[in-house]
Each structure stands twice: as structure tokens, then as C-alpha cells.
Write a protein that binds this ligand. Structure first.
Ligand code: LLP
Length: 438
């Protein structure tokens, strides 16, 4: 489905040769594919077509303005978690009535900004937040539409602990058992509690945990309706898995997932609710690659260490979660095909001599690695590697740690490309500090 493939042994994004692009623009470099982003959004829409949800792309997964604009133009709403993300959403042209705002720690300033912008819904995570929104809405003479983010106590067994959010031990949401009374009409003067929201974590590889969560939502819905209140929206969050390695292809497909979840939700549609989903990585992860050049190759005590010019400051996922990202040289012999086939194809490829190496970055931390003991073709200094599935939670989590500038981002469309974020300069590193040194 995604637009990255090897043609005559060179990796291309759609029609753009990434070897030439890396040569021209330098590395590290993020490259995204327009057609892939659009295709993934469409697949999401197709998968859930029977319930026709508002699809709010999760901005935190990939927050580049041009990418947000592209998705908004294709009909996406946006899921935001901060004032900064609201700012991005509005700049990208999102209509306020398609923006939903989550997060456990919304500040007074952020709530005020969201109310003034007229966003669709707050996904509220505590009673304190409800009271705060109510007070601010009263102050500005407006009303706020709110979903209660419930904590359903549903823990997906395959989701990494650091990104699981549905269990009772996490900080997220209001325990579902404490939620029903918050829907009582008139409880708040300026807040309309009209929705149920849940996001149980990510990535989630099959429908079972969503179904378990929907059971909890339905029980709450029954309780709320029996008490005489109405629920207008049900938001089941995001978390739909992306393919990071060949073995992920065995996971339940998005089509199947969407069909099963929609079938379950269809029963609730009859009760007059509108659905919202908040996919991030399933749209953006495989729409982007990170190109990084080999700076040095050195012999360690017992293994070869490949040092590349990108580090954990640019792609933190392997360090933070032990996440797997496929990687491969952007020029590789006569290999032709799709990157998800690399590990299997290369074994049967007679040209392949693979040897296990550590691929590490230049940052002064032991945890600064992209892969340990990873079988890769023999590499040379100045080769360029593509790190795949880098469209989600990569640039959006990047920092300037070690005073490294953040890389440029490029959006490819067919045979053309556009720089959608310029590489930072040293001046950018110190811009907010200069006035203090006189
Ligand atoms: N909705 C809410 C309320 C969320 O908190 C998130 C992600 C999403 C939707 C989108 O989840 P997605 O569809 O992208 O899986 N940095 C981690 C992921 C953290 C997810 C945070 N919340 C990673 O790199 O895997």
C-alpha cells in the first residue's frame, strides 16, 4: 500500500529516486509520500464505511503542517493534545468543528484557546478538568462540548507497557465506574457532557481489545440513557497497528479490524450516536522514511558497529520502547520490490551476504541505537540507509539533544518533491537564548 519501493536496486518514494535526493539535500532526511498518506486515509474510511465516523488524524504522530494540510484537504479532522497542536491544526486549515482535544493536563491557557477557536469536543480526563472548562466557558460566555474519556480497564496484552492506556494502573481517563453521574443534565452550567471517549493504547493488533472496550462503553451508554441523559458521540480512539516488520503482516488487517469493529458499533448507531476515531500511525507510519548516512564503521570487541548520522534525538522509538524499525541501504544491488519483503527476499537473493551489526547514532548515550545485531548487507562508509516506518512518532518526537539540529522533511508527490520543513541551523539552536547573553 505504501509508496516506497526499490526500482533497479534504488529506493524510490513514488517516482523520486531517494539516492539522488539524499545527495542533493543531505542527511538525515525525512521523506514522506503524498499518495501513501492519502491511500491510508482512504483505507481507514473504507474500513469503517458502514459507521461513517469522523476520522480525526492524531497530530502527535506526525505534525508537519503540510502533511496536516494534505490530510485535512482529503477530509480528515484532527485529534490534538495541546495548545500547540491546536495552533498547527488551525494553520493547516482544519475546521474547528472537526478538532477533538485530549490530554490529562490541559492548562487554563490551552482550554481558553480551544474554546475561543470553537473546537468540536474536549475529551475530558478528570473532574477537575470538567470544573475548569466549565468555569472558563462561563467566563467567556460560551458552552463547551465534552466527551468523558473513560478508563475502561481494558489492557491489550500485546501493547507495550509504555503506550498502553486502557488499564486501571495508567493515568488516563476517569474510571468508568465513576463516569455515569457526570452525564446528569444540568450538572455543569456551561458544559454539555455529550460523548464517551476511550483510547486504550497503541499499537493494537486485533479487534478483541476494541470489542472489550466497546462492551464497557455500551454498559455506560445504557446507564446514562436510563438516567435520562443522552449521548451524541462515541469515540473509540486510535491505536490501529501499522506494519513495522514482515511478521506484522500476519496481524489482523485494517480492513478486517474495521469490519468487525463497525459491525459491533452499528448496533449503537441506531441509538442516534455519531462515531469518532483517532488514527495516527496507521496513516502516517509507513508514509515516511528516514534517510541516514553511514559516517563510520568500526570493529567492536565482538561485533561491527555502524555509526550513522541520525540519532535517538531524531528517532527515539528504538531507545524508548525497544521498537523495531526495518532498515536497508537505499542502493542495494539488483533488489527490486517492496521494503516489507526485504527480510524474506534478501535471504533468497543470491547477492545477499548479511552480517549482524549494531546500527547506532552519534549521541553520547549507550541507548542511542536503531538496531542491535541486525543482519544487514555489507555496508561501507558514506552508504545511505533507509529506516522505514518513520512517518509516525519520529520527527514529532525529535529533539535537539546534544545540540543537534533537527533534519529537513520532504513531501513527495509523483515525480516531484517539496521541502516541507527546512533543516535547522545552529542559529535555531540558540535563537531563544541570545537576548540573555547581551
Ligand atoms: N488518540 C489518543 C487519545 C492518543 O493518545 C493517541 C496516541 C492516538 C489517538 C493515536 O494513536 P496511534 O493511532 O497513532 O497509535 N510514541 C509512541 C506512541 C504514543 C501514542 C500516544 N497516543 C510510539 O512511538 O509508539
Amino acid at each position: 500500500m505504501d509508496g516506497f519501493s526499490y526500482k533497479q536496486g534504488v529506493l524510490h518514494a513514488e517516482g523520486v529516486d531517494l539516492e539522488s535526493l539524499a545527495e542533493k539535500l543531505g542527511t538525515p532526511l525525512f521523506v514522506y509520500s503524498t499518495s501513501t498518506l492519502a491511500a491510508h486515509l482512504k483505507s481507514m474510511r473504507d474500513a469503517f464505511q458502514t459507521i461513517d465516523p469522523l476520522i480525526c488524524f492524531s497530530v502527535k504522530s506526525c505534525s508537519n503542517l503540510s502533511i496536516l494540510k494534505l490530510l485535512v484537504e482529503q477530509g480528515a479532522g484532527l485529534d490534538v493534545v495541546s495548545g500547540g497542536e491546536i495552533y498547527r491544526a488551525l494553520l493547516a486549515g482544519a475546521r474547528p468543528e472537526t478538532i477533538v482535544f485530549a490530554g490529562v493536563g490541559k492548562s487554563v491557557q490551552e482550554i481558553t484557546y480551544a474554546l475561543q477557536a470553537g473546537i468540536y469536543q474536549f475529551n475530558v480526563e478528570s473532574e477537575g478538568e470538567l470544573a475548569r472548562i466549565d468555569a472558563i466557558a462561563a467566563q467567556y460566555g460560551c458552552r463547551a462540548r465534552v466527551s468523558i474519556r473513560i478508563n475502561p480497564d481494558v489492557a491489550d496484552r500485546d501493547t507495550p507497557q509504555k503506550t498502553a492506556t486502557g488499564g486501571r494502573q495508567t493515568k488516563f481517563g476517569i474510571p468508568v465506574t465513576r463516569s455515569a453521574r457526570l452525564y446528569a443534565p444540568g450538572l455543569y452550567g456551561n458544559v454539555d457532557v455529550v460523548g464517551i471517549h476511550a483510547h486504550i493504547g497503541s499499537p493494537i493488533h486485533d479487534s478483541a481489545s476494541y470489542l472489550a472496550c466497546i462492551d464497557v462503553i455500551e454498559k455506560l451508554l445504557d446507564e446514562v440513557e436510563q438516567a435520562g441523559a443522552t449521548v451524541e458521540t462515541i469515540n473509540i480512539g486510535g491505536g490501529f497497528a501499522a506494519i513495522y516488520e514482515a511478521s506484522d503482516c500476519a496481524s489482523m488487517s485494517l480492513q478486517e479490524m474495521g469490519r468487525i469493529i463497525s459491525q459491533r458499533l452499528l448496533g449503537l448507531k441506531a441509538r442516534g450516536v455519531r462515531f469518532v476515531i483517532e488514527p495516527g500511525r496507521s496513516i502516517s507510519a509507513n508514509a515516511g522514511v528516514l534517510l541516514t548516512r553511514v559516517e563510520y564503521i568500526k570493529e567492536g570487541w565482538d561485533r561491527q558497529i555502524v555509526i550513522v548520522d541520525a540519532g535517538m534525538n531524531i528517532l527515539l522509538r528504538p531507545t524508548l520502547y525497544g521498537a523495531h524499525h526495518a532498515m536497508w541501504p537505499i542502493r542495494y544491488g539488483h533488489f527490486s520490490g517492496h521494503w516489507t519483503h526485504l527480510s524474506t527476499s534478501s535471504k533468497s537473493d543470491s547477492h545477499a551476504t548479511l552480517s549482524p551489526v549494531d546500527v547506532v547514532g552519534p549521541i553520547c548515550e549507550t541507548g542511542d541505537f536503531f538496531a542491535l545485531s541486525r543482519p544487514l548487507p555489507i555496508l561501507s562508509e558514506r552508504d545511505t540507509l533507509a529506516i522505514f516506518s518513520a512517518g509516525a512518532y519520529a520527527m514529532s518526537m525529535a529533539s535537539q539533544y546534544n545540540s543537534k539540529v533537527r533534519p529537513a522533511e520532504v513531501l513527495v508527490i509523483g515525480e516531484e518533491y517539496r521541502i516541507v520543513r527546512h533543516r535547522e541551523r545552529f542559529e535555531d539552536l540558540v535563537a531563544r537564548e541570545m537576548d540573555a547573553i547581551g
